[in-house]
Design a binder for this molecule. Structure first.
Ligand code: CTP
Length: 484
C-alpha cells in the first residue's frame, strides 16, 4: 500500500538519503496520524544504520544545528520548519528512554517494528525514491487503525515487560482515539500493572504525564474507567479507585462515588480545557471513603470530606510529582466545593455572598463551574432546579460585587477641585456633586477617568449651582413664612 505524505521536508530528507546511500523510513505516530487524517508535527525517522550520522548529514543540508544528540540511544533531534524531527537507528530494544540498558543494538526494519508498542505505531513509510510512500506493515497496523484496536506486535506480556509505561500509553491511545484495547493486551495489562511502580523501571514523571494526558482527552471517563477496570488505577492513584463501591445498610445506600466522579469530570471537560480544574473535579470527593459514617435515621454522611480532601492534596501532589504551584488552586476548589450550595436559598445576607466572593477570589468562576459539573442527578427537574440555584448564586454575587464597587468607588475629580471650580465651601453640596459624577460613571454615561469627569463637572456646574440656589431661596422663604 502507498500513501502520499505530501510533505516537502520529507521529500528533501528522502532525497538526501538517496544521495548518501541510507535507507530511511517514517515510523510511529506520524504514520498513524497520517492514516487517521490528523496533522502531526512530530516526525520519527528510522535509519537503517547510523542514525546520528544521517542526522548530521541532514543538519548540514538544512543548514541548521542538531538540537540534541543522544549517543546512548543512537538518536538525534532536529527542529526545523515547525517540525520536530527525531532520527533513530533501527534497533532491537524497546523504545523507552528509561530503559535500564540503554545501549542500543542495531537491527533490521522488521525487527525494529516488532519491538514497538502497538501495531498502530509499528507501520513504516518509505522515504527513498524507490519506495516513497510505501507502507511496511507486517503487524497489520493499518487494519487495526481501521478496526480501532490497540494491539501489540508481539506477545503483549513481552511488549509490556520491555517497557511497562506502555500500559499507560495503551490506555491513553484508547482514550484519545476512541479505540478499544484488544482482549489479550488488556489481560496482559491486568497481569503486569504492578511493574509500573516496581523497581523504579518507569519514572513517576512519565506515569503522571500519561495520566494527565488521559485527563485532557475529550471524554476522560473512558480512560479513567479503563485504568480502574484493569486495576492500574489501584497502582498509580489508589485514592481514586477507593471511591468505587456502594454500601447498603437498612434502606439506605450511597451513590458510587467513583462513577459519580467520572460524570463530574466528563461534565467539566465539556466546559473547560483547564487541566487543573479537571483535576480538581477528579479529586473533589477524594476524602469521602475516609469520612463515611452511617447514622441511624439519617443514612450515610461524609462530614468534613471537603476539608480533609483539601488536606490530602499536598501528599498526593508530592507523590505524583505534580507541579506544586497548582496545589493551592486545587486545594481551594476541593475545600470550597460545597460552599455555594446553601447560598442558593432565600434570605441569605449580602455579606454571605461577599464572603464567598472574597474567599474564592479569582477562582469564583471555576468554583461555580465545578459546582455545576457536580450535579449528576438523573432527575431532570432536580438538575434544572440546582442549575437555576447556581445561576441565582452567580447573579447575587455579581450584584453584591457591583454594590461593593459603588461603595469603594470614588469620583476621579476630588472634593477640593469641585470646591475650587464651583466656588463652594466644604459642605453637603460638594458631596452631592461628587455623587452625581460617580453615578454618571456607574451608569456608563462617562468613562471612569479624570478628563471625562472634569468635563462632565464643567457641563453640570451651572445647572447644579442654580438648583442649589433655588433650594436655598425656597428654604429661606420657608423660614421667613414660619416666622411670620
Ligand atoms: N514507542 C514505543 N514504546 C514507547 C514509546 C514509543 O514503542 N514506550 C515507539 C512507538 O512506535 C511510537 C514511537 O516510538 O509511535 C514514537 O513515540 P512517541 O513520540 O512517544 O509517540 P507517538 O506514537 O509519536 O504518539 P504521540 O506523539 O501522540 O505520543
Amino acid at each position: 500500500m502507498r500513501l502520499d505524505p505530501d510533505n516537502i521536508i520529507l521529500k528533501k530528507i528522502g532525497k538526501a538519503a538517496d544521495e548518501s546511500g541510507f535507507r530511511i523510513y517514517v515510523v510511529g505516530g506520524y504514520v498513524r496520524d497520517l492514516i487517521l487524517g490528523i496533522r502531526d508535527n512530530d516526525i520519527d525517522i528510522m535509519v537503517l544504520g547510523d542514525g546520528i550520522k544521517f542526522a548530521e548529514l541532514i543538519s548540514e543540508k538544512f543548514n541548521r544545528p542538531l538540537d540534541a544528540v543522544y549517543k546512548n540511544f543512537a538518536t538525534a533531534l532536529l527542529n526545523t520548519d515547525g517540525y520536530k524531527i527525531e532520527f533513530a537507528s533501527a534497533r532491537k530494544e524497546s523504545y523507552s528512554r528509561n530503559s535500564r540498558k540503554p545501549e542500543v543494538e542495531s537491527a533490521g526494519l522488521i525487527e525494529d517494528l516488532s519491538r514497538r508498542d502497538f501495531t498502530i505505531n509499528a507501520i513504516a513509510l518509505g522515504l527513498n525514491e524507490d519506495n516513497y510512500g510505501m507502507l511496511t506493515d507486517n503487524f497489520n497496523g493499518y487494519r487495526d487503525i481501521q478496526d480501532k484496536i490497540i494491539r501489540t506486535p508481539l506477545d503483549p506480556l513481552k511488549t509490556f515487560e520491555d517497557d511497562p509505561l506502555r500500559i499507560m500509553r495503551a490506555v491513553r491511545f484508547a482514550a484519545k482515539l476512541n479505540f478499544t484495547i484488544d482482549e489479550n493486551a488488556f489481560d496482559a495489562i491486568k497481569k503486569m500493572k504492578n511493574r509500573l511502580t516496581e523497581d523504579k523501571v518507569v519514572s513517576q514523571e512519565r506515569i503522571t504525564n500519561e495520566f494527565l494526558q488521559i485527563l485532557m482527552t475529550d471524554k476522560p471517563s473512558a480512560g479513567l474507567d479503563l485504568l480502574f477496570r484493569s486495576g492500574v488505577m489501584d497502582v498509580i492513584f489508589p485514592e481514586i479507585s477507593a471511591l468505587a463501591g456502594v454500601e447498603q445498610r437498612k434502606e439506605y445506600h450511597h451513590k458510587d462515588v467513583f462513577y459519580h466522579t467520572l460524570i463530574v469530570v466528563d461534565n467539566i471537560s465539556m466546559k473547560t480545557e483547564n487541566l487543573w480544574l479537571r483535576f480538581a473535579a477528579l479529586v473533589h470527593d477524594i476524602a469521602k471513603p475516609l469520612t463515611k459514617k452511617f447514622i441511624d435515621g439519617t443514612g450515610w454522611t461524609f462530614h468534613g470530606h471537603e476539608e480533609l480532601g483539601a488536606r490530602m492534596m499536598k501528599k498526593i501532589f508530592i507523590r505524583m510529582k505534580l507541579p506544586m504551584n497548582r496545589l493551592e488552586y486545587v486545594e481551594k476548589l476541593v475545600r470550597m466545593h460545597l460552599r455555594p450550595i446553601p447560598l442558593a436559598k432565600e434570605n441569605v445576607t449580602d455579606s454571605a455572598f461577599r464572603r464567598l466572593a472574597a474567599e474564592a477570589g479569582n477562582e469564583l468562576e471555576d468554583l461555580l463551574m465545578l459546582c455545576r459539573a457536580d450535579i449528576t442527578s438523573k432527575n431532570p427537574d432536580k438538575v434544572n432546579r440546582f442549575m437555576n440555584n447556581y445561576a441565582l448564586v452567580e447573579k447575587m454575587v455579581m450584584e453584591v460585587q457591583a454594590k461593593d464597587e459603588l461603595r469603594n468607588f470614588q469620583s476621579p475629580v476630588r472634593g477640593n477641585e469641585i470646591m475650587e471650580i464651583c466656588g463652594l465651601k466644604e459642605g453637603r453640596e460638594v458631596g452631592i456633586i461628587k455623587s452625581k459624577i460617580e453615578e454618571a460613571i456607574l451608569e456608563g454615561e462617562i468613562k471612569n477617568d479624570y478628563e471625562e469627569a472634569k468635563k462632565y463637572l464643567l457641563d453640570i456646574k451651572d445647572e447644579m449651582l442654580s438648583s442649589f440656589a433655588k433650594n436655598k431661596s425656597k428654604q429661606t422663604a420657608k423660614i421667613k413664612s414660619s416666622r411670620s
